[in-house]
Design a protein around this ligand. Structure first.
Ligand SMILES: O=C(O)CCC(=O)C(=O)O
Length: 460
């Protein structure tokens, strides 16, 4: 700033000097011209000179100075500020981050003393009229909880199979069909009306599970019916560009015996699961036991913005201890979830759900000030943005600003890719396999009849 002011002063001084010099020169000239004008031969020449435009050097200099220096000044200010911050502290690097579950648990134990509630430290509490503060103090990021008084207020709570059939019967929904063990699954896109007819069928070794990530988000009326939860209103996923924002509100509609894999959610977010009809049984694994779960490294989720996938090949509802002997050491927490109940699962907890009867549910997610750093870690770990070259003041800014900063650094081609993943997925569902998927791993077969799928799998 100071050097620039000095330059400005210098220029002004020169302009002044130039001005006085020009004035004296002009006076002398005028005198001479007067003399010449007395001679008729030069009278015409003098007249012409009188009409020539007069250049205001001072104003011109000031204009040039302003045009050149204002942008320079703006750039310099930013640059100097950056240099100052770099001098005070070197460039910030996102080091690998891991959530400290033990300290979250000990904090929870301390906070529990503030409230007159008989908390379980080995099971899952079912709560109503829970205050936001108590949720933050005792459950968020630390321990799963079932909320019983939220879902009954949602429009979705009143969905029936008939309602879905009436308005969306012809639309295709995506599902996995299992014949044998859980890992022998096939992906299908079938008309809802076809699934509707068979949704009550299912045996322990042969079942089907609608796990459709786009069905609700792409139908505004259904999306509106999925309400929110007072405790999870803060959601930084809303700061993600739309092209790479994780799909939200997955439709889960399973035949009896259908089940999810044993997994941690994408981005390691805080997950929610609302049962609308039927019943779910859950096995939840407190963190720190990943070494007992045979999780394969390096698997990717295929989400619009890539992240690692943490799936265990173990089926806790169909144990194979010969192949996975370490599982016998696992500590699991079990809970049954009834219609109208909302389960909230903290990051880092492997979980698997089993539908003992036909069950309709919706799962969602949030990124908030408790888990934002875990989610950012997954984004960095997947190589979406480099870990180096960040503004040193970043760690001191708010979680929201940090998320915004990371999002602003996503390369344009990632946004394009994100949109392409969603478009491909929709194309495949609507048009079968006509369009070749780009970078996407999920592929749905377009069977048009249930028996076609059944005969396909039985012959295979
Ligand atoms: O209800 C289910 O099948 C489990 C869903 C689930 O775990 C999830 O959405 O992450």
């Amino acid at each position: 700033m100071l050097p620039l002011l000095a330059v400005l002063q210098g220029i002004m001084r020169n302009v002044k000097r130039h001005k006085t010099k020009t004035e004296t020169e002009e006076n002398d000239k005028n005198k001479e011209e007067k003399k010449k004008a007395e001679r008729p031969s030069v009278r015409r020449k003098v007249k012409r000179q009188k009409h020539e435009p007069h250049i205001h050097w001072d104003r011109l200099c000031l204009l040039v100075f302003t045009v050149v220096n204002v942008p320079l000044l703006a750039w310099n200010w930013k640059h100097l500020k950056q240099k100052y911050l770099e001098y005070m502290e070197p460039e910030y690097e996102f080091k690998t981050f891991s959530f400290d579950h033990l300290s979250a648990l000990s904090q929870r134990e301390m906070n529990m003393k503030k409230y007159a509630y008989n908390y379980s430290t080995t099971h899952i509490d079912k709560r109503a009229n829970l205050s936001r503060q108590e949720f933050t103090d005792v459950y968020d990021g630390a321990w799963p909880v079932i909320i019983t008084d939220v879902v009954p207020k949602w429009g979705a709570y009143h969905w029936s199979k008939q309602f879905l059939l009436k308005y969306y019967g012809k639309d295709r929904i995506t599902m996995k069909a299992v014949d044998g063990r859980l890992d022998n699954a096939e992906s299908l896109a079938l008309p809802l009306e076809l699934y509707f007819k068979h949704a009550h069928e299912g045996t322990f070794r042969r079942w089907t599970y609608v796990e459709d990530e786009l069905f609700i988000p792409t139908r505004p009326q259904l999306r509106r019916d999925v309400g929110d939860c007072e405790y999870l209103k803060e959601d930084y996923f809303q700061l993600f560009p739309e092209e790479v924002r994780p799909w939200n509100a997955m439709l889960l509609w399973g035949t009896p015996h259908s089940r999810s894999s044993l997994h941690i959610d994408p981005y390691n977010w805080t997950g929610t699961n609302a049962v609308i009809k039927g019943r779910k049984q859950w096995k939840l694994i407190p963190p720190g036991q990943d070494h007992l779960l045979y999780v394969k490294e390096g698997k990717m989720s295929g989400f619009p913005l890539e992240c690692h996938k943490y799936n265990s090949p173990v089926d806790l509802y169909d144990l194979d201890l010969n192949t996975y002997p370490l599982v016998s050491q696992l500590v699991t927490i079990e809970v049954d979830q009834l219609p109208g109940e909302l389960l909230i699962i903290p990051p880092g907890w492997f979980h698997q759900a089993y539908n003992p009867e036909e069950t309709l549910a919706v799962s969602s997610q949030v990124m908030n000030s408790v888990n934002y750093r875990v989610v950012l870690e997954e984004i960095l770990k997947a190589g979406n943005v480099p870990r180096t070259g960040w503004n040193p003041s970043l760690p001191y800014s708010s979680p929201q600003e940090q998320v915004q900063e990371v999002m602003s650094r996503l390369p344009k081609q990632l946004l394009k890719r994100g949109q392409a993943v969603t478009d491909d997925m929709q194309d495949q569902i609507q048009n079968g396999m006509k369009k070749k998927p780009r970078q996407q791993k999920r592929k749905w077969k377009k069977s048009s009849t249930w028996s076609q799928w059944s005969s396909d799998t039985s012959s295979g």
